[in-house]
Write a protein that binds this ligand. Sequence first.
Ligand SMILES: Cc1cc2nc3c(=O)[nH]c(=O)nc-3n(C[C@H](O)[C@H](O)[C@H](O)COP(=O)(O)O)c2cc1C
Length: 153
Amino acid sequence: MDSEKLLILVATMTGTALMAAEDIAEYCSENNIKTNIIEIDNIETNVLTDTKGPVLICSSTYGQGDVPDSAQEFYNKLKDLSPDLNHIRYALFGLGDMTYRDTFAYGGKKFSDLLDSLNATKIGDPFYHDASDGSLPEEVAVDWFANNIKEHI
Ligand SMILES: Cc1cc2nc3c(=O)[nH]c(=O)nc-3n(C[C@H](O)[C@H](O)[C@H](O)COP(=O)(O)O)c2cc1C
């Protein structure tokens, strides 16, 4: 296991992504993985660029397929600065709602596309939670993390 902490970056509007992140962090603490949860809200891009350990991004979707309002500034700064992130390994848990069929989970997908374009490496397969499917996002998130991501951390 990487001795560095898992940095969990959360982009949320109404707290669902944060709940999912907190449950993943709880699972991690039970499994000897140290975490640091930070909400993407007026944070500087160096929170991401300076990190040494793996990163988990939990982002919901708002507007017309946008990242949550509070994360817009961070997303745009990262895009403008375009730092080389080839030292970053990241996993993605996106949240959306299939009612918004044409922009389903685009918030998380935007983060993923941006990080990929900056040479970051994906850990496992991204997961996109659909708020209309009746499942509990935090349960799905922990299952996904335990079965697909943990082994790569
Ligand atoms: C005004 C509004 C706009 C939304 N737009 C989208 C969208 O374009 N695509 C999508 O997949 N989900 C969309 N959603 C659904 C949310 O992303 C989803 O409910 C998510 O679980 C909310 O997570 P949060 O509480 O962490 O913000 C929207 C929800 C609201 C209320």
